[in-house]
Design a protein around this ligand. Structure first.
Ligand SMILES: Cc1cc2nc3c(=O)[nH]c(=O)nc-3n(C[C@H](O)[C@H](O)[C@H](O)COP(=O)(O)OP(=O)(O)OC[C@H]3O[C@@H](n4cnc5c(N)ncnc54)[C@H](O)[C@@H]3O)c2cc1C
Length: 407
């Protein structure tokens, strides 16, 4: 039986992608969120790296890379189809530069070997031409010492690599998603609704219709419930007795989103893996800057993480100064950003992961991120997005499974 009405919990990239796909297949969708606007959380405030797995170089099994590559390669065509527009203008124009820190948990030669194995996986994939740039012939390259010297003079950086990975401006995409949701008559946006629980209409009958309880009351019945609440997901799963297996963490991370007064020519650079921070240049005027230890505000393994306290303007300024200082110590040319600020904000979002630990610990399970995707109990579907880059691909597969029975 084709479903007629579905509740989607959470209007980030996962919930919104599911909603648009379902609406186009003739299903009425109630899309719930506790925020006043869709795309107010991690899906707006992240750096938009469309992962091909290179960053997971502390997982030599390649399991994480294998899991993220298909969604990364298809991100652009799927999102362009959903939003009916080209992403061309919001894709970073150059490959990323990965800088290996002397305290990296992966040493330069092992990193190089890992990169070449991942590039092999990418090249073999039939969708390699569909990525943000054609990666069907991609080949990571180790920087010569003179090439590295043009980026950094820090004795802490022991190697550098040009990596065929790109990013998108998530703010631009967030605004397009909000417009697409508002223009879709089959989607009812239910904002400022904190979801508390879900329950089958008949007790114990998980394959029948479902109700949803929010802070304002009960909604339903629905043919399916899709839980895409990200940091709020486990608490609602728990309301129906679903427990996460293994370990998990909720990390609240803040980064700088900056616009410059004039164009600044700066590569997209990241320092990895252990000490971690990066600069993303979307279009020479819009930038993202992070220094992981300074941006990490909460690291919680509670089922429901605490809300982050608001920082006063002085605390925001201090944090931004430290992020600038740390990045400029590795990438001196980043000073041009601090000297040309037109506007700046320190923004954040949650990172849910089926792993825990410090990035500086080689044994941290955060280095292996293959365990995401769909968990189900009858017609209650709980989806761990994994990454921004994998969300549209997972959403498409989930909707095909619901409507066509294809999995
Ligand atoms: C700083 C940072 C950098 C990142 N960089 C990258 C990157 O480069 N590449 C990448 O692929 N991924 C990145 N990520 C991860 C990526 O942002 C997330 O994987 C992705 O955005 C999650 O999408 P989502 O739709 O599942 O969650 P969200 O976008 O968080 O949406 C979930 C929604 O649920 C709502 N919600 C939560 N609980 C409740 C409740 N109880 N009731 C009602 N509503 C609720 C929230 O308000 C939110 O709108 C980064 C994340 C952060 C924070």
């Amino acid at each position: 039986m084709k479903p007629r009405r579905i509740a989607i919990l959470g209007s980030g990239i996962m919930g919104a992608s599911c909603a648009l796909f379902l609406a186009r297949r003739g299903v009425a969708v109630d899309l719930f969120d506790m925020a006043a606007q869709p795309f107010s959380g991690a899906s707006r405030w992240n750096e938009g790296k469309i992962h091909l797995g290179f960053i997971y170089n502390a997982d030599p099994t390649l399991m994480t890379a294998k899991k993220v590559i298909p969604g990364g390669l298809l991100f652009k065509p799927i999102v362009e189809d959903l939003l009916s527009c080209s992403l061309g203008s919001v894709i970073t124009s150059q490959d990323d530069l990965y800088l290996c820190h002397s305290r990296s948990v992966v040493k330069p030669d092992a990193m190089q070997e890992y990169f070449s194995r991942v590039a092999g996986l990418v090249r073999q994939n039939p969708d390699a031409r569909r990525y943000l740039a054609d990666v069907s012939q991609c080949a990571p390259a180790r920087l010569s010492s003179s090439g590295l010297g043009t980026i950094t003079d820090s004795p802490d950086i022991v190697a550098g690599f040009r990596i065929p990975e790109r990013s998108v401006s998530t703010l631009w995409i967030a605004d397009r998603f909000v417009g697409a949701l508002q223009a879709e008559p089959a989607i009812r946006l239910l904002a400022e609704q904190r979801i508390l629980a879900a329950r089958p209409c008949s007790e114990g009958c998980f394959d029948g219709p479902w109700h949803v309880r929010s802070s304002t009351g009960d909604f339903g019945p629905y043919d399916y419930v899709i839980n895409a609440l990200w940091q709020g997901r486990l608490a609602v799963d728990q309301s129906i007795g679903m427990k996460p297996s293994g370990i998990w963490s909720h990390r609240y991370r803040q980064s700088i989103f900056l616009r410059t007064r004039k164009e600044v020519d700066l590569p997209c650079v990241l320092v990895a893996t252990g000490p971690y921070g990066d600069i993303k240049n979307y279009n020479r005027r819009d930038f993202y800057l992070s220094w992981y230890p300074e941006g990490l505000r909460i690291d919680s393994s509670a089922i429901e993480p605490p809300d982050p306290a608001r920082l006063d303007p002085e605390a925001v300024q201090r944090k931004c100064d430290v992020i600038f200082d740390r990045l400029e110590a590795f990438i001196p040319m980043a000073r041009a950003l601090r000297e040309n600020i037109e506007s700046l904000s320190l923004e954040g979002g949650w990172v849910f992961a089926a792993g825990q630990g410090a990035l500086s610990d080689p044994a941290s399970t955060l280095h292996r991120r293959k365990d995401f995707g769909l968990f189900r109990r009858g017609r209650y579907l709980s989806i761990d997005t994994g990454k921004y880059s994998t969300a549209p691909w997972l959403a498409k597969a989930l909707v095909e499974e619901i409507i066509d029975g294809v999995s």
